[in-house]
Design a binder for this molecule. Structure first.
Ligand code: PMP
Length: 309
């Protein structure tokens, strides 16, 4: 049977439970200090093959392991264990729609922020319907937030840990307070970094430009996917380079991207219109190609897909 969202099945410490029974102690370091690392793994339903595909699962797990290493978690799980937990959880819910699967390693117990463990895991699917991915979705009005992105010298954005999202939060809250949809962060040296939960791309002429991985950004899997698809499927030039703030205002097209938001066009930045204030041609072509890719419709990209059923 398929469970309703309020009773969906969650994997916690080796057991599959009703979400209401999946409990974590309030004094645990994950609860008190955001001491966890996690992934949001997109899964797409393909109606033609009646199959659910996890997108770039192995790459998500590699990043999870890198995050765990940097934050010094001892792992009792292997990549195979990660995968089995995800597959078992999705199957337990019998999902036949798009999902974002939250897979989190966290420090449980009664310790402090310096605790070594115990490191535990949960897997929680977030159902997203079958049609989350339309390509002419509304664009974003962004500001450049006055907060700076965290840097590798204090709390590295390379680590996908819960605590990092408090930096995202202050930028996002400022944007909403001031009437924008979201924000773009500059890094500590004042160059463009990323969105609060997304990477930034702009189009200049026939070139796609995005900040370097050393400009204070998460090593985004969508970013990497877009770079590959742009070069290999669409024949575009791609530059990974430092971007000045004023370049934002002169972009021909711009978008934010991530596993959850896919490719979402930006209409304005600090009220400067980007292009004509609509979704640009290159952004649209990239988004369509991206959707074909994640749904298993690009024959030469099937190695990025893991069938669940
Ligand atoms: N940057 C940040 C800060 C994020 O939270 C995310 C979403 N995980 C991204 C970029 C995009 O990463 P990915 O493409 O791997 O989802």
């Amino acid at each position: 049977m398929k469970y309703d969202v309020a009773h969906r099945r969650i994997w916690l410490k080796g057991e599959i439970l009703d979400v209401n029974d999946a409990k974590v102690n309030v004094l645990s370091p994950t609860s008190q200090f955001g001491l966890n690392v996690f992934e949001g793994i997109p899964c797409y339903w393909n109606e033609e093959t009646n199959q659910l595909y996890a997108f770039r699962l192995s790459d998500h797990y590699d990043r999870l392991i890198r995050s765990a290493k940097l934050i010094q978690f001892d792992l009792k799980y292997t990549k195979d264990d990660f995968k089995k937990a995800l597959v078992d959880t999705v199957k337990a819910n019998e999902y036949d729609e798009n999902l974002s699967v939250r897979q989190t390693l966290f420090v449980d117990g009664f310790g402090s922020w310096g605790s070594e463990g115990p490191v535990e895991m949960f897997v929680a699917p977030i159902p997203r319907g079958r049609t989350s991915a339309e390509y002419n979705k509304k664009g974003l009005n962004c500001c450049v937030t006055s907060w700076r992105r965290i840097s590798d010298e204090n709390l590295s954005p390379r680590i996908k840990c819960g605590a990092n999202y408090i930096n995202s939060r202050v930028g996002q809250r400022e944007a909403l307070r001031n009437g924008y949809d979201t924000c773009i962060f500059l890094n500590e040296v004042g160059k463009v970094a990323e969105g609060p939960g997304s990477c930034f791309f702009m189009v200049k002429g026939d070139t796609l430009v995005t900040p370097r991985l050393t400009d204070s950004v998460l090593e985004s899997i969508t970013r990497d996917t877009i770079i590959c698809l742009a070069k290999e499927e669409l024949g575009l030039k791609v530059e990974e380079r430092t971007i000045d703030r004023t370049e934002l205002y002169l972009a021909d097209e711009a978008f934010l991207c991530g596993s959850a938001m896919e490719i979402t066009p930006i209409y304005t930045i600090d009220r400067y219109e980007v292009d004509s204030g609509e979704q640009g041609e290159i952004t649209k072509r990239l988004h369509l190609t991206y959707l074909d890719c994640v749904r298993g419709k690009l024959a030469n990209r099937m190695d990025w897909l893991t069938p669940i059923y």
